[in-house]
Each structure stands twice: as C-alpha cells, then as structure tokens.
Write a protein that binds this ligand. Structure first.
Ligand code: PLP
Length: 465
C-alpha cells in the first residue's frame, strides 16, 4: 500500500494527535483553502507573504498582531514542529560549554540541541508516583530544593527549561517556579507543546498559561494543543533576559529556506480561530464536554487518572493487571487508536472534535479486555533511578561525537553512552550521551522493556574507553 492510500484509510475511532481529529476540527478558513484546486495554495516566499523572519509581508503582519494581542515582544510561526522552535530557543539561551537546568522529562529535541551545541544539561529529578507510573507536577518546595543543590559558582547556569503540561496533562503552578528562576537572573523556556489552548480559556479552571506566568520563551505545538496541521508551532518571546537578536539568529539557523505556505497559514488560522468568539465558544464547549466524558467513564467504573488537562483521558490499565502497551494493541486491533501507551496506563487524546461516541466504544472494549485480564498484584511503577541533580559524566556533545561501538544495551553496564535511548511517544530520553550506564539504569530500562517492544533487544553505542 502506498502512503497516499493509507492516508485516506478509515479508522473507527482516532484518539491521537493531531488534535484536529482528521480534519473535523480544522479552522473553517483552512478548510476553505484546502477545498480549492489541490496545490493551488502551495506558494513560495513571495514578497506579499514573506517568512517568519522577514520584516514585511502577511506573515510578519500576522505575527505582529498576535504578539500585540498577547502582550509579548515577538511571536514566530514554525513549520518544523515545537521541536524546531525549542531548539532555536535553547540556542538563543546558551552558548557551547554553558549549562541549562532542566527536568528529567525533557523532550528529545532538547537533548539533540545540547548534543549539537555542546550545551550541558543539569538534570533535576521529579517526584514520581508509583501508583500511576508518572512524574508528578513540580512543586515550589521541590524546585527550591533543586536550587539549593546546585553550585551556581562552579557551574555557569544560563537558563532553565520547564515542561508544562506533561504529555499526560499534569501541570504545575508555574509562576512561583519562574519567579525563583528570575530571582536568580535565569531566563525560562517553557515547553508548552501540550498546553497552547490554556492561553484562550482562563474561565475554565485550566492551568494558567506559561505566557501569563512570565516565562521568557514559550513554545506551543499547534497540532497537539490547538487545531493546526502537523508540524505547526509557535514561539512567544517576552522579558529582557534573552537577547532578541540572538533569538532571531537562532530561529534563522534552523529554518528551511522554503517554509510551506500551507503550514504557515495553518499556524495563523489555528491561533486566530481561538480568538474568534463563535469558534472559541465551540471549543470551550468541547472542553466542558471532555470533563463530562471523564465523569461518565468514571461512573461506569472505568479506572481513570485525573490530570489538569481535560482533553487527556488516561486509562489505568494496571488496575486489571494489564500494561498500557498490551491494552493499546488490543484497542488498536478493535479500531480504537490511542496516543500514548505506558507501563501502567494508556492515554487517549480527545482533541477538539465531538467525541461522545468514545464513551460507548471504550466501555465495550474495556469490558472485553477485562475478560482477558489475569490480575497481577503489586503492579507498581518502578521509580526512575535518577539522582536529585546530575550532569552527564562527560560533555554530551563530545560523547555524541566520540568514536563509539555498538553493543547490546543489557551488556553495557559501566560504559559511557554515546547514544540517546528514547522511546516515542513520549519522546523522553532514558539515557543521553555522556552518561554512565549503571546497573540501576539498566534494571529500570529492563523492567520497561518487558512491556515496551521498542526497547526489547535494543542496542546502544558506547564510547571506546
Ligand atoms: C513535551 C513535548 N515537547 C515537544 C514536543 C515536540 O513537538 P512537535 O512534535 O510539535 O515537534 C513533544 C512531542 O511529542 C512533546 O511531547
């Protein structure tokens, strides 16, 4: 089957990204241009349009309007996902050899940038729930403890990265955390890939957007948390701690010379759609409906885990002794496709279309799955084996560029990793270049690999030392 044939295949129920749900929730204006003669709209950087970095043209005008609307200094559309703009943001913040403080659950795009530029990550651990197998949101108390454990005189820390919300929807109160960073004169980049819509819904008891919590750079994935096409993203910039010219240069460094006019238009329309009163009330209604779906499923005794993002429905499969990967395969075979399988859970993303029929389908399949289950006691998430604060043993960039050889992961204890081991989704690295591979880490990955096919029999490149 060709890719194009697959793209038109029907799926009984898709609860994965992009959040427009196979076009159902795309902005009306985008649907209108897509209905025109196919390809008619695929234009180059004509002077009337320009690019995200040009001074004039429709893109510059739209970006200016939006940054004015949200009282930021600048905003830039991106066509290489949130990944691309996160990478630019990091390079604007740190030079090679400088340190950035970041939680252990950063996205792989952060690690790739560090490896590329030899920016040194100082990882801090996050509290973990063995009941869900997930990291908990970061509290102010925890964050203060992290800061106390860093020797700022010895290490040239130049910025902080925070991820909020997490893939599953857990969100912290960010303002106090950002305040702590700012008191230390450190700029903060918030990877809000999963939380763009928080910006438009202050009345719905959702987490406060990081943009309103004074983050210096905020990156949104528009296909994950608004109704943009895949690859669309936006970066918001404010404050005085990051130099604007550095940011512009960094965006330029990663930008294609031929950004897709369709994707750029999708960036614009997906944001403007949420500024349109009529569409906004439709989406807000969907969010309320998502909360109702959660409650209805609970009433049907389906074990769910609540997070701060109502659009994520997390099924706690461990309650019936089934891991999320097995459950995912079962649902997939039955036409219900989820977004994120993990050891103890399976996360569905409701997106922005009407999902009422999900309740009946999930209930039916859950009952069927229960029949297959053999309840195993003590199904607990294994705590990640990380220290409170740590940096890779040798520089991440040097390790990445060193001579390496390939060996089975499970035989690599005591070696230094030259590789990133990272299942996707969620795209959170388990080992990064320059880290020592110790027994605890291997045991932890081994437990995960019982469930995660990606990790079974995996190999790792280690340094020739
Ligand atoms: C927390 C987080 N940040 C960033 C990204 C990258 O987003 P994109 O796929 O838009 O590049 C992801 C993707 O999974 C993510 O989960």
């Amino acid at each position: 089957m060709s890719i194009s044939s697959f793209l038109t295949k029907k799926i009984l129920k898709s609860l994965f990204f992009p959040a427009h749900n196979r076009g159902k929730a795309l902005p009306k204006k985008l649907i209108k241009i897509l209905k025109k003669d196919p390809g008619f709209w695929d234009l180059p950087e004509l002077p009337e349009i320009g690019s995200p970095l040009s001074k004039d043209g429709l893109i510059a005008k739209s970006q200016k309007e939006l940054s004015k609307r949200f009282k930021t200094k600048r905003c830039f559309f991106g066509v290489n996902g949130a990944s691309g703009l996160i990478q630019s943001g990091i390079i604007a913040m740190a030079k090679p050899g400088e340190y950035i403080l970041m939680p252990r659950n950063v996205h792989i795009s952060v690690i790739k940038t560090c490896a590329m530029q030899n920016i040194i990550p100082i990882f801090f651990n996050i509290e973990f729930s063995s009941k869900t197998g997930h990291y908990k949101p970061i509290t102010k108390k925890w964050f203060k403890k992290i800061f106390k454990n860093i020797d700022f005189k010895k290490t040239k820390v130049v910025g902080v990265i925070l991820v909020n919300p997490y893939y599953q929807g857990y969100a912290a109160e960010l303002e106090p955390l950002i305040d702590i960073c700012h008191q230390n004169n450190l700029p903060v980049l918030v990877d809000e890939a999963h939380g763009a819509y928080f910006l438009f819904c202050e009345n719905l008891n959702l987490p406060k957007s990081s943009l309103k919590s004074n983050a210096d750079i905020v990156v949104h994935s528009l296909h994950k948390s608004l109704n943009g096409l895949t690859q669309t993203s936006v970066l918001w910039y404010q404050g005085d701690l990051i130099e604007e010219s550095n940011l512009i240069r960094s965006i330029n460094l990663f930008q294609t010379t031929s950004p897709s006019s369709l994707l750029l238009s999708s960036c614009e329309e997906s944001i403007k759609d949420w500024l349109n009163k009529k569409s906004l009330s439709k989406y807000q209604y969907r969010i309320l409906k998502a909360k109702a779906i959660f409650q209805k499923l609970l009433r049907k005794n389906i074990p769910l885990i609540k997070t701060q993002d109502p659009l994520k429905i997390i099924l706690n499969t461990s309650k019936i002794g089934i891991d999320g990967f097995t459950a995912d395969r079962f649902f997939y075979k039955n036409g219900l496709i989820a977004e994120l399988p993990e050891i103890m859970t399976l996360t569905f993303c409701l997106g922005f279309s009407d999902q009422r029929d999900f309740i009946i389908l999930l209930e039916k399949l859950w009952k069927k799955l229960q029949k297959h289950s053999k309840t195993i006691n003590n199904f607990k998430g294994l705590k990640p084996p990380f220290k409170l604060v740590e940096t890779p043993k040798i520089d991440i960039g040097s390790a990445w560029r060193s001579k390496t050889y390939k060996m089975p992961l499970y035989e690599s204890i005591g070696k230094i990793s030259g590789d990133i081991i990272c299942p996707y989704p969620p795209g959170i690295p388990l080992i990064v270049p320059g880290e020592i591979i110790d027994k605890d880490r291997i045991d932890w990955i081994r437990t995960q690999s019982l469930y995660n096919e990606y990790l079974v029999n995996s190999y790792i490149r280690v340094l020739n030392t």
